[in-house]
Design a protein around this ligand. Structure first.
Ligand code: IVH
Length: 702
């Protein structure tokens, strides 16, 4: 990184150029922070950019730009908020876009519950508010804490700001509320207030907010609650987190009670009894969208009965009992300026459309996905074309089609590169589909561990929120440290401090004594890491949070898992170690093979060994459960009479059992229904405990 010139030494031209660069750069970081919730630089580095901007403006006041970050309201707070761990995780919702997908959602719910198709099954339908979710905790009826969603597990403490929102009661009204009640809902700014807010900005020659959602985010995340208090923030209650006692039997009844206790609840919430009624409710809400007075981006359907919600449970980060039916994507046209190739962690080469920036639904878009070589060929999109793009909510914007394919002097067709754009220019390989063996859609760089682009992505993944979660080590820092050979592999992160006598991180641009010390502390805090986070961090193909969790609760200890993966190396189905891995419910052949192959690769072995010399891995704790099946490996076979196979498996997993698809000497219980065949025979041969569905239900409590 080139050293920056002292502000005092800058010429007028240099100052103007740098203010332009800083305005762009800071705006980009604000966007990443507010719109994508994915900052790539530390707070300290961000503050340094702003300080430099302010120092240059102080020297050349006439060069202050209209888009200067110093004029922007709601800029990112200078320091972070205190963290709040959610006692009940704040989940997100699955999306559907079409009527067909609504029917599939309903069918899935019914199948899970074994609910007859012709019987009414109640759902609520309600507007999906386009704001930010927030959890507000009450103890003995008094507001004690409020937190943003954050990553779903940990959010930011915004108690003082939320207290200033007029439709959040400081003490609950009426009676009958549980002693502990965490009310969840959406913080938003109504459209009229948003317009007024921006009109005031314009009158003061200050820049305006792009949309009400960003304005709400900027207003809620003010360190000074007096500023939040002046912003027209509002709140709709629609859900709850921790409660000391149940307070309703249906969603509708629960939300009505929240209303009686003093919250604003949405008056467009209604009940539906099947998919047709849900779709009709969606259409009705869609018709009123422009006159509601606040932004919504779809309709949320929820199974009404709370006991059914409980039975349906969750799949990874979202409930099975709810989904969001999103409004159609918003579209705009712009010029395609270039096609870049991005190389992902696994070497997948993804073409990205670089666009002339354009506003779509209040958000400035300058990149859109082109997916793969086939998609480019299908669209026949060329540099200089006018293209139609669309974005729906938080989905990556897409190029839909070329609007002027007939234009003269059109450039040549895009030729997908035959080599990786990395400095090594390793050959790109069109991958074969893992199932069919036909040429697949993905072109991959063949450089693997040699490809610097892949290695940087691996490192960025390693420090990311769901893996090692090292604060202060964002994408930008990793890139810079990698380029300079300071961090080449994960183990290097943990030797950073001892090498700092030579490195002097505190002297680098964007760093100081405090931020460097904070970084070392953040790294130290991760020297002891959970088995699950380590697994995620390694970036094994197909191993995300869900698979990592399954592996960690199956093997419990890293050492046991590691030895099993080595023992499974021949990938033969009759190899007990491989069979056990394959047997885990939720891990298929492709995933199992990818995991075993990872550990068979000498480069990975070395990398893992060096990392393990630096860190200690905490053993996973089996799910805390007093149930008699906790920790037991269970196989379901044959027909089940009382519940669907999916529900049986989900329930067993919720009770702490490990569900497997195959019987081995490690199996503890086989639940066999009518029609059970080879698995039952094998269980009998191995002397595994076999029980009927009734016995199973009696064992787990009905
Ligand atoms: S229910 C367990 N209801 O949408 C699911 N969410 O995409 C709890 N949202 O994080 C959420 N309006 O911030 C629910 N009426 C509504 C909503 C709503 C907006 C947001 C919420 C959530 C996101 C998921």
């Amino acid at each position: 990184m080139a050293a920056l010139k002292d502000v005092e030494m800058l010429s007028r031209d240099e100052a103007a150029a740098e203010l332009a660069r800083l305005a762009r750069e800071i705006a980009r970081h604000d966007r990443l922070y507010y719109e994508k919730d994915a900052p790539v630089i530390s707070d300290a580095a961000y503050d340094a950019l702003r300080r430099r901007n302010a120092a240059i403006e102080a020297r050349f006041p006439d060069l202050v730009r209209p888009d200067s970050p110093s004029l922007r309201v709601g800029a990112r707070p200078a320091e972070g908020f205190a963290k709040v761990v959610h006692t009940v995780p704040m989940l997100s919702l699955d999306n559907v876009f079409t009527d067909e997908e609504v029917r599939e959602f309903d069918a899935r719910v019914r199948r899970f519950l074994r609910w007859p198709e012709d019987q009414p099954l109640e759902y609520t339908a309600e507007p999906k508010i386009d704001g930010l979710s927030c959890g507000i905790r009450y103890e003995q009826g008094a507001l004690v804490q409020a937190a943003t969603r954050g990553d779903g597990r940990t959010g930011e403490d915004v108690t003082n700001n939320v207290r200033t929102i007029c439709d959040v009661p400081k003490t609950l009204k009426g009676s009958g509320w549980p002693d502990v009640l965490e009310v969840r809902g959406e913080v938003y700014i109504p459209n009229a207030e948003f317009e007024a807010m921006n009109a005031a900005q314009r009158a003061a020659s200050k820049p305006v907010y792009a949309n009400p959602r960003n304005a709400a985010a900027g207003s809620l995340r003010q360190l000074d609650p007096r500023i939040s208090a002046q912003r027209p923030l509002r709140f709709f209650a629609y859900a709850w987190g921790e409660v000391s006692a149940p307070f309703a039997t249906t969603q509708m009844q629960a939300v009505k009670k929240l209303g009686a206790w003093g919250f604003s609840i949405n008056d467009h919430m209604c009940l539906c009894e099947n998919a047709d009624e849900m779709i009709a409710a969606y259409r009705a809400i869609e018709r009123q969208r422009a006159t509601l007075g606040y932004d919504i981006d779809g309709v949320v359907y929820k199974v009404n009965r709370l006991d059914l919600q409980q039975r349906l449970g969750f799949v990874s980060r979202s409930p099975r009992w709810a989904t969001a039916h999103k409004f159609p994507p918003q579209q705009a046209s712009t010029i395609l300026e270039a096609i870049d190739i991005q190389v992902g962690r696994t070497g997948a080469m993804t073409p990205v459309a670089k666009l002339k920036p354009v506003t779509v639904g209040g958000v400035v878009i300058s990149n859109a996905s082109l997916h793969n070589a086939d998609e480019i060929a299908r669209l026949d999109v060329r540099i200089g074309d006018l293209v139609l793009i669309q974005r729906a909510g938080d989905v990556i914007p897409q190029v839909v089609k070329v609007l002027n394919p007939e234009r003269k002097d059109r450039g040549p067709r895009f030729v997908f590169p035959k080599v990786c754009p990395c400095p090594l220019k390793t050959p790109a390989v069109r991958e074969l589909d893992e199932k069919t063996g036909e040429p697949g859609a993905i072109t991959r760089c063949s450089g693997e561990f040699a490809c610097p682009f892949q290695r940087v992505r691996h490192l960025q993944h390693f420090v990311s929120r769901q893996a090692f979660d090292i604060e202060g080590l964002g994408k930008k820092q990793i890139e810079a440290f990698f380029e300079e050979g300071i961090i080449c592999e994960p183990a290097d992160i943990f030797t950073l401090q001892e090498r700092n006598a030579q490195l002097h991180i505190e002297r680098r641009e964007g760093w100081g004594e405090t931020s460097a010390a904070n970084l070392f502390a953040a790294i130290e805090a991760r020297r002891s890491i959970s088995f699950e986070r380590l697994l995620i961090g390694l970036g094994i193909r197909h191993v995300g949070q869900t698979t990592a969790r399954l592996l960690s609760i199956t093997y419990l200890q890293w050492q046991v898992f590691h030895e099993a993966m080595i023992a499974a190396r021949d990938l033969k189905p009759d190899n007990p170690a491989f069979a056990q891995l394959l047997g885990i419910d939720g891990i298929g052949e492709v995933v199992a093979e990818a995991i075993v192959r990872y550990f068979a690769e000498p480069h990975n072995e070395g990398l893992v060994e060096r990392l393990l010399a630096q860190i200690s891995v905490q053993a996973a704790t089996p799910p805390q459960s007093t149930s008699p099946v906790a920790g037991k490996t269970v196989v379901f076979t044959g027909k089940l009479e009382h519940m669907s196979r999916d529900e049986a498996k989900a329930r067993a997993a919720a009770l702490g059992a490990k569900v497997s698809g195959s019987v081995s000497a490690k199996t503890d219980i086989v639940v066999a229904g009518p029609g059970a065949g080879s698995k039952l025979k094998k269980a009998q041969a191995l002397g595994v405990r076999v029980m009927s569905e009734e016995d199973w239900l009696a064992l787990v409590g009905g």
